[in-house]
Design a protein around this ligand. Structure first.
Ligand SMILES: NC(=O)c1ccc[n+]([C@@H]2O[C@H](COP(=O)([O-])OP(=O)(O)OC[C@H]3O[C@@H](n4cnc5c(N)ncnc54)[C@H](O)[C@@H]3O)[C@@H](O)[C@H]2O)c1
Ligand SMILES: O=C(O)[C@H](O)[C@H](O)COP(=O)(O)O
Length: 399
């Protein structure tokens, strides 16, 4: 079997070499000709898997994407052709939540407010949004959520189970998008890109909704760029200076609107999910799916793939304000200002499209908050709750 794997998929040789011959190509160079003699294709989000790509893929029996998002894949076409498809749900969700928490705390520090005093609205409460809500709530942050497809699915499920009281009622904390916009200071967008249907998300935040975001509020988008009308967002950000954005995703990547990126407080090149843990989980999930599709045994475990983190333990002393302590621990693992700065530098040097891709291709080692154990004094009970809520392992400091 011949397996073509995107060059940005880590551990591909370790995972796939026992299954067949592994060929590597940068994601944007995978084209119809390169698929001529390929049995299995493993991509990330930058390879559009459509009719044009599959024009000469007569041997192809499997397509896997080591990502959560699937909007780059024509899944209907694959089903019609009898090609097995697999994605990696949830693989980098923890990394995205890490990114959101430290980015919000960074803005709080820069603008002089406390996250604990803000209400956060999460749009899309799936693997990413659901984990974000869980961590924010465990940190005592006031949250609301908006996820009409999930609310609908839960009410259908409740009806099926014969729970009459559940009729059309959204679970506690779930509201519609316009209420969320009215009632929250911070809006975090974690929806997939869906172009059609009753819950389409293309320009879910359109000019009207962007205008309705309250003065002093903040929009963070780590879902897909096309879920927000970029032109309208740029116009709002160029306005009175009463509104901020943290943007990891953009319309038209990698050739994104440089003036929009410049106006964002944090602008990163679609790397919110780029922890090594998240990428390796993706590779591992797709290895298992490929083995299933070809009836092969899969002996590789995720633990075998993950190296020991460079920083395993951090001991905090007394006297730190709580959000300061959180920032310190988070930045010991990951600091999004590094990614913001490298996008700025790379786009100035090479132009936006090449710079954006270069930052992603040469991404430095990043681990997740859960890999760090934070040691605290016994009396720091509240801080221990906050740290554990934020995703760290917490232990009592030895005096
Ligand atoms: N920036 C990054 O690096 C990065 C990393 C991972 C995922 N993502 C993006 O984030 C998206 C979400 O990831 P996930 O793992 O949570 O996916 P998921 O499928 O687990 O959850 C998505 C949630 O969004 C909800 N949703 C769909 N349409 C909606 C709408 N119109 N309004 C509100 N909610 C809606 C769904 O019901 C679901 O609960 C992915 O599809 C991907 O595009 C980006
Ligand atoms: O959908 C996802 O999982 C993310 O958007 C993913 O991290 C994007 O990274 P890429 O596939 O573009 O390397």
């Amino acid at each position: 079997m011949k397996i073509l794997v995107d060059a940005n998929v880590p551990a591909a040789e370790t995972c796939f070499a026992a299954l067949g011959e592994v060929v590597r190509l940068p994601g944007r160079e995978i084209d119809a000709a390169s698929l001529r003699d390929i049995d299995a294709l493993v991509v990330r989000s930058i390879t559009r898997v459509d009719e044009t790509l599959l024009a000469e893929a007569s041997r192809l029996r499997f397509v896997g994407t080591c990502t959560i998002g699937t909007d780059h894949v024509d899944t209907r076409l694959l089903a019609e052709r009898g090609i097995t498809f697999a994605s990696a749900p949830g693989c980098n969700a923890e990394a995205v939540v890490d990114y959101v928490l430290i980015s919000l705390l960074t803005l709080a520090e820069r603008q002089g407010w406390r996250l604990a005093e803000r209400r956060v609205g999460v749009v899309g409460a799936g693997n990413v949004g659901g984990r974000l809500l869980a961590r924010l709530s465990a940190m005592g942050i006031d949250c609301l959520a908006c996820d009409p497809p999930r609310v609908e699915a839960e009410s259908v499920e409740a009806e099926r189970a014969g729970r009459v009281d559940a009729e059309e009622e959204a679970p506690a904390g779930f509201v519609n998008l316009d209420t969320l916009i009215d009632e929250c200071d911070v809006l975090c967008l974690h929806t997939p890109l869906v172009r059609q249907g009753p819950h389409a998300t293309h320009h879910l935040l359109d000019a009207e909704r962007i205008a309705a975001l309250a003065p002093g509020s903040l929009l963070l988008n780590a879902g897909r760029g096309d879920c927000v009308d970029g032109q309208a967002l740029r116009a709002r950000l160029s306005g009175e200076g009463d509104f901020s954005a943290i943007l990891d995703v953009f319309e038209n990547e990698p050739g994104v609107d440089a003036s929009l990126a410049d106006l964002a407080e944090v602008a990163t090149p679609h790397i919110a999910g780029y922890s090594l843990d998240g990428k390796l989980r993706g590779t591992h999930q797709i290895t298992r799916a490929l083995c299933r599709a070809f009836g092969l045994p899969c002996r590789m475990t995720l633990e075998e793939l993950l190296p020991t983190p460079p920083l395993r333990s951090l001991e905090l002393g007394e006297g730190l304000e709580q959000e300061e302590a959180l920032r310190l621990a988070m930045r010991a693992v990951y600091d999004p200002r590094r990614d913001h700065d490298s996008l700025r530098r790379a786009s100035r040097r090479q132009g936006m499209a090449r710079g954006f891709d270069a930052c992603r291709a040469d991404y430095p080692l990043r681990r997740e908050f859960a890999t760090l154990e934070v040691a605290l004094a016994e009396e720091d009970r509240h801080l221990a709750t906050l740290m554990a809520g934020a995703g760290f392992r917490v232990r009592r400091r030895l005096e």
